[in-house]
Design a protein around this ligand. Structure first.
Ligand code: PSU
Ligand code: MN
Length: 303
């Protein structure tokens, strides 16, 4: 299945691919740069357990000593969570990371790139990147990678720190089909509502798989973005975050935080200022999305 000899499949992933067992890719930037220690390692391990409990095989994606991995062992997950100088790697950085032998965590964009070439079709994350707020145009590479990679991506929408209406428009323009999983509007990461439409509502893994298979039959190349609201008990509604978010955006501008540092900065500051409420929401939605992705992968693995 491997179309790229530079991608290293763990023995478990290789066996699962050969046996056509359900597989779920997981990204690693959320571990290295999206969550604080020690919750990052705990969450990484928990996401793998949740996928297994649903009868699927988890494959965390990362770059270790310049090798692209699909499926990490325990020690490698610990390195990503606790190691020094774990870079945040988007697609544009993969060639540099391989050439220079770096350790790095993969974003949604680079996870899509690696997971697809490893032969995995379903990927769970927290919130995708998108169009940032503010005057300087800054659009996450997650969006174009979604537009050219035929995978099912399960997320809670785009991160609330972004310009959500502009992100929604981008998805539409580039033909990325957005599913509301048990919801009629796109969730907004920590919040269940954004006021923005989805293209279709699905209430079961079967319905999602049916649309994905149809996309493949039609030869549509982009991803199927399945958006799942954060569980109600962990939600932080947008109104409650308004002030905090404004303060964080002002701090980022004042400290000239830019490029790949923007998202980690905003997520960390929001968690501090909300006394951990956004962190709890983030972990809850990551766990829920991993569960939904595993159920979808299980249906997809049936002929
Ligand atoms: N989901 C989370 N937390 C995160 C991310 C996703 O719950 O930190 C990461 C993903 O790896 C995503 C990245 O690709 O944030 C977006 O970063 P940027 O805006 O710099 O493209
Ligand atoms: Mn950017």
């Amino acid at each position: 299945m491997t179309s790229n000899k530079l991608i290293h499949l763990s023995p478990e992933i290789e066996a699962a691919l050969a046996a056509k067992r359900p597989l779920v890719a997981l990204e690693s930037t959320v571990i290295a740069h999206g969550l604080p220690q020690p919750q990052n390692l705990e969450t990484a391990q928990r996401l793998e357990q949740i996928v297994r409990a649903e009868g699927a095989i988890p494959g965390t994606i990362a770059v270790i000593l310049g090798k692209l991995y699909a499926g990490l062992d325990q020690e490698q997950v610990e390195l990503i969570a606790n190691g020094d100088d774990i870079k945040k790697l988007s697609t544009r950085d993969l060639s540099i990371a391989v050439a220079r032998g770096w350790n790095g965590a993969t974003t949604v964009a680079s996870t899509l790139w690696i997971a697809h070439r490893a032969g995995i079709s379903v990927f769970a994350t927290g919130g995708i990147g998108g169009v940032h707020r503010g005057a300087l145009p800054d659009t996450s590479a997650d969006l174009p990678e979604l537009a050219r990679t035929p995978m099912i991506v399960v997320s809670s929408g785009a991160k609330i720190v972004l310009d959500l209406p502009a992100t929604r428009e981008w998805l539409e323009t580039y033909g990325i089909t957005v599913v509301g999983y048990g919801c009629d509007e796109m969730p907004a990461f920590y919040s269940r509502q954004s006021g923005l439409p989805v293209d279709v509502r699905c209430d079961s893994p079967n319905e999602v798989v049916n649309i994905f298979r149809t996309q493949r039959e039609l030869g549509i190349e982009g991803a199927l973005l399945v958006t799942v609201p954060v569980p109600e008990e962990a939600e932080v509604p947008e109104e409650a975050l308004h002030k905090i978010l404004d303060q964080c955006l002002a701090e980022a501008a004042k400290s000239h935080v830019s490029g790949r540092d923007v998202t980690p900065f905003l997520l960390t500051r929001m968690s501090q200022l909300s006394e951990g409420a956004t962190l709890r929401a983030n972990i809850a939605l990551l766990e829920n999305n991993a569960r939904v992705a595993a159920r979808i992968a299980s249906v997809l693995s049936q002929p």
